[in-house]
Design a protein. Sequence first.
Length: 136
Amino acid sequence: MPTVRRFEDLEAWQTARRLARLVYRLTANASFARDFGLKDQIQRAAVSVMSNIAEGFESLQNTQFVRYLGYAKASAGEVRAQLYIAHDLGYITDAEFEEAFALAERVSRQLASFISYLKNSPYKHRLREDEPDYNL
């Protein structure tokens, strides 16, 4: 696995970002946009996936990172469940459901693989942070 210096370099985070963008696009549609509860919940869940990946990465501790990746994976499952509701209510088309569901499922698989990798890593206790790419 190549060295990752920023959470933005993680493939799972990039997939989560695409998922969040898609969820926001879908929830802007007329009937979906008026269902404030479902709209808010699915948007929060989608944002939570990418946010938890970032927060865990920045903790610099593998145990903490794995915990946050688990939260991210749970949020991806939440997005999938809410997509079923949106589809059942006719807020999204079959094609939109399939596209969003596939992204949510993909990020969930990526997170499961990454969690497994980190749990089996010889460097379980601490992530390494070399020179930051930013100045304070």
